[in-house]
Each structure stands twice: as C-alpha cells, then as structure tokens.
Design a protein around this ligand. Structure first.
Ligand code: A2P
Length: 271
C-alpha cells in the first residue's frame, strides 16, 4: 500500500490516515455516460459487500474525492467501480480519462448502510436500483452470504435506455457462471430490468412497476410484505425517496447496522 508522500518515504503510523494511491488495472466504457474501472486492492483493505469508499484524483495539486460504491465482492483481489461521466463534473470529467497503469486515490475507510447486517432475516431480498445505483448490488449478488441469508434475491434495475442496462446484464450472466457463487445463485437470483425513455420488453420507472403491481406480477410473488420481504434501495435522491415511501406504505421499516430493519437506502454517486 502506498501512502501519499512526495517521495515515497516511510510515513509515520499516525499519519497513515489519508488515501492510498492505487493502480488502474482495467477500464471499460459501456456508453458515452457510463464506465467501469478496476484498481489494485491494498492487502489491508477490508470491506463488507455493499459498502462505499472515497475515490479520487489529484486536481490542481489537491485531492478531489467522491463516495463510490465498491462494485466487486469482498472476496475479490482487486476493486471494481461503476461510474457515470458528467461532462463538467469536477471528478468524473477527469476520471473517465484514466487508463491502465494510471493511479487513483482510494480512501481507507469503507462504510455504508447497504449491508446484509442492517437487515433482519426474511425470505426475499429486493435490490432496487436505477442508473449507477446498481454498483453496490454488483458486490452483494456475488457474496455467498446473500444466498445463505435469503431464498430469493431480486435485482431490479431501471435506466433511461436499454444500452444502460448492459453492465447489469453482463454482471448477472458472469455471476451465474462464477465458480464460487454461480451454483448458489441457481433458482435464487432474479434480474428485472426496465427502461423509461425508449421502447423495451419492460418499460416504466421502478416505482411505477411497484405501484401498478407489475413487478410482483412478473415475478409471480405477492406484493411487499414486512413478514417476507427485505429491500435495499440505491439510486438518485428522488428515486430513493419515492421508493422508500412505497416500502413504508407496505409497512416496512428502515434499518441500520446499529438497528437492523426491513429496508436500507443509499444515494448513488452523482457528479
Ligand atoms: P425517467 O427517465 O422517467 O426520469 P437518471 O439517469 O436520471 O438517474 O435516471 C435513471 C433512471 O431512474 C431513469 O429510468 C429514470 O426515469 C429513473 N428515475 C428518475 N427519478 C425517479 C424516481 N423519482 N423514481 C423512480 N425512478 C426514477
């Protein structure tokens, strides 16, 4: 692990709290608005699937970091991230240009509420996401613990256009073929996709699919029920608020690691 010092000199233990410099291993651009990247993982970097961490670059001589959900499972040897590209975004306008071999900053303290320990036991787990809000679920659907705790794992992903669903589609395909968790996902992991700004096999906002009951019809399950269902929500602030209201209307209560509950929320990285 490299602490950030001008010359790589040893850093006194008390000062090793800032970000580390990690090497970019892979970059993949999915659309003109979306890309993913993989970086080295320090041996001492521990996290729980679903957590986020600060990621950044040095801009004008100063670190510029933003919260990013870790999109790889906690057993993986490197760290994956899935990002939007914002043309005039202070960080993403630069981050989208990274290439293998470049360095990015990685915070030392992953944290977050989209973790299995924040939910009480139940039969079914819904992962409700829009846009890059799928990232923490890219981690959780590859965590064996998810399948040990839940009988049904339902990943719901809404985007504007079908091209924006491709990352999630490949992720689910790879997860089903994964030597470690593939077998555990059989008959348990389901993937529901929907688009809002073009025609598709399924259209409408995630919230609309819930309100109209189409989500449950397509899955062949009863509507949200606090006895059987748990949920994690990740998307824009508006999407989180609207989805949370629907879960609360169905009688589910928000939880946290300190007090596990029936659903948890986290805002997707936006700029
Ligand atoms: P829509 O096209 O109807 O706005 P964005 O890229 O803006 O974050 O949107 C990603 C997806 O989330 C889009 O399909 C968008 O639908 C949807 N979305 C935006 N706001 C909400 C909301 N309040 N509730 C549910 N889905 C939303």
């Amino acid at each position: 692990m490299n602490a950030i010092t001008p010359d790589g000199a040893a850093v006194p233990a008390a000062k090793t709290t800032g970000p580390t410099l990690e090497t970019v291993l892979e970059v993949r651009h999915w659309t003109d608005r979306l890309f993913q990247f993989r970086i080295t993982r320090p041996a001492s970097f521990r996290f729980r699937s679903g957590e986020f961490v600060m990621i950044g670059l040095e801009v004008n001589g100063k670190p510029l970091l933003r919260a990013y959900s870790i999109a790889s499972p906690s057993w993986d040897e490197a760290l994956d991230f899935y990002s939007i590209k914002v043309e005039d975004g202070p960080l993403t306008s630069r981050l989208q240009l990274i290439k293998p071999g470049d360095q990015v900053m990685l915070g030392r303290k992953p944290t977050g509420t989209l973790v299995l320990d924040a939910l009480t036991p139940a039969r079914r787990l819904y992962m409700l996401s829009t846009g890059t809000g799928i990232a923490p679920f890219a981690s959780l659907i590859r965590d064996p613990d998810t399948y040990e705790r839940f009988e049904d794992v339902i990943l719901v992903h809404g985007c504007r256009q079908a091209a924006e669903l491709a990352y999630g589609e490949e992720l689910v395909r790879q997860t089903r073929e994964d030597p470690l968790v593939g077998e555990m996902t059989a008959g348990k992991l389901r993937h529901i996709t929907t688009v809002t700004q073009e025609a598709g096999p399924r259209t409408g906002r995630v919230t609309t699919l819930i309100e109209t009951g189409k989500l449950f019809e397509d899955l062949g399950v009863p509507p949200f029920d606090p006895a059987n269902d748990r949920a994690m929500i990740c998307g824009s602030m508006a999407m989180i608020n609207d989805t949370k209201a629907l879960l609360e209307k169905a009688g589910l209560h928000e939880g946290a690691v300190s007090e596990p509950g029936q659903f948890v929320i986290e805002r997707a990285f936006v700029g």
